[in-house]
Ligand binder design. Structure first.
Ligand SMILES: C[S@@+](CC[C@H](N)C(=O)[O-])C[C@H]1O[C@@H](n2cnc3c(N)ncnc32)[C@H](O)[C@@H]1O
Length: 376
């Protein structure tokens, strides 16, 4: 935000001194809602007026801009807003884990050059930091007129395991318009005819998971989850894991070969999957279609989720972990197969960017639908 130097800005800021946070110790109570890059403060003032029981902290890195926002808050007589004049990067100096319930990012600077990606406030490095500070039910609400920044941000949110809700590419024409509080930039851009994009990126317990290689002592627990999956497939009426597949010996071999992973939360194993590098013999031939390319890939096999933890997106967490491993090994493709009637697995794959490629046959001749994900 460019603006002329304000007259007497130092003395004007000191007149609003009681609104300024200099250290963590000055924060009276948690949790709080933060606006990063509050600009001249119209949004935070209106929001704080509507929600007097919520504590707000606005961060703005340009002191002359923050000054205008502070004066608005003072003039409105609000007691539930405080300010940090500084960079978003300093957030961890003020907050610890679980202390934020919401972060607003309104019309953040787009930094369009690819060399400046890391400066975008929705870049994964920033999201990693926000995730540390948000409570498990916390969220980031992001608005921008800039479509390339919005598309980039959606990818980053997804990559970091946030759930996306209330997504709209035209906020003012949407069902959310009535509750929307318009910022200074928003008023300006929409008057010029730009549509406003908005999304709510919610923390998910899935974002606080540990995914690691399984240990030999975890075989029994993994087999419990395998048994649940076998039962589920039997009840659903399709025979993907019949005749005792995958056997205890096979899972034990996965663990020994360091291909078996577990998804844990607070030391509870919730799901497990095999991630394999190198060519999968069953994938040599494909029928009624073709693979997206012949580049190296990782394959995901024998993925299973404990019944208690279904629907939490654990499959997606496995896919993202697989992508991390792929990147570290300069691999850009993931392949997977499942039974034609295993609709929940197919939905999970499609939701996580896999594309249906055709039919493969297992060593015993059983057909399976084959999927591939080409990573960006
Ligand atoms: C484009 S303006 C939008 C202002 C306001 N949110 C609105 O919608 O009217 C972006 C604001 O974010 C501030 N800003 C940008 N990067 C920041 C950062 N890393 N930390 C704190 N503030 C930042 C800028 O100084 C500027 O005031």
């Amino acid at each position: 935000m460019r603006m002329r130097k304000k007259k007497n800005s130092v003395s004007r800021i000191s007149e609003c001194n009681e609104l300024l946070l200099n250290s963590r110790e000055e924060i009276e109570s948690f949790p709080v809602t933060v606006e990063i890059g509050c600009g001249k403060g119209k949004f935070i003032v209106e929001t704080a007026k509507r929600n007097p029981s919520v504590n707000y902290i606005a961060i703005e890195k340009i002191s002359d801009v923050a000054l205008l926002a502070m004066e608005k808050v003072r003039d409105a007589g609000l007691t539930n807003v405080k300010f940090i004049i500084g960079d978003a990067k300093t957030l961890p100096e003020f907050f610890r884990k679980n202390e934020l319930e919401r972060i607003y990012l309104n019309f953040s600077d787009p930094w369009p050059k690819s060399g400046h990606t890391r400066r975008r406030l929705t870049y994964r490095g920033f999201l990693e930091m926000y995730k540390e500070l948000l409570c498990p039910t916390g969220e980031i609400v992001f608005k921008t007129d800039n479509r390339p920044l919005f598309d980039f941000s959606l990818e980053e949110f997804r990559y970091m395991g946030f759930d996306l809700e209330d997504l709209t590419y035209d906020l003012h024409a949407s069902e959310y318009a009535e509750d929307n509080i318009v910022t200074e930039y928003e008023a300006n851009f929409s008057a010029k005819g730009f549509t406003i994009n908005r999304v709510r990126a919610k923390m998910n317990s899935v974002t606080n998971l540990e995914i690691r290689k399984a240990e030999a002592c975890e075989l029994d627990r993994i087999m419990e989850i395998v048994a649940q999956a076998q039962e589920y497939m039997k009840e659903a009426g399709f025979c993907q894991w019949d005749n005792g597949y995958p056997s205890r010996e096979l899972i034990e071999k996965d663990i020994k070969d360091e291909n078996r992973y577990v998804v844990c939360h607070n030391n509870t194993i919730m799901a497990s999957a095999g991630l394999f590098m190198g060519e999968e013999p069953d994938y040599k031939e494909i029928y009624e279609g073709e693979w997206l390319n012949s580049s190296p890939y990782i394959s995901i096999h024998r993925i299973c989720v404990d019944n208690k933890f279904k629907g939490m997106g654990l499959g997606g967490a496995v896919v993202r972990h697989c992508e991390d491993i792929a990147r570290k090994n300069n691999i850009r493709n993931i392949r997977c197969d499942t039974h034609e009637e295993n609709l929940s697995m197919r939905r999970m794959l499609e939701k996580n960017g896999f594309v249906y490629c055709g039919i493969i046959h297992l060593a015993d001749g059983s057909p399976r639908v084959a999927y591939q994900k080409k990573m960006k």
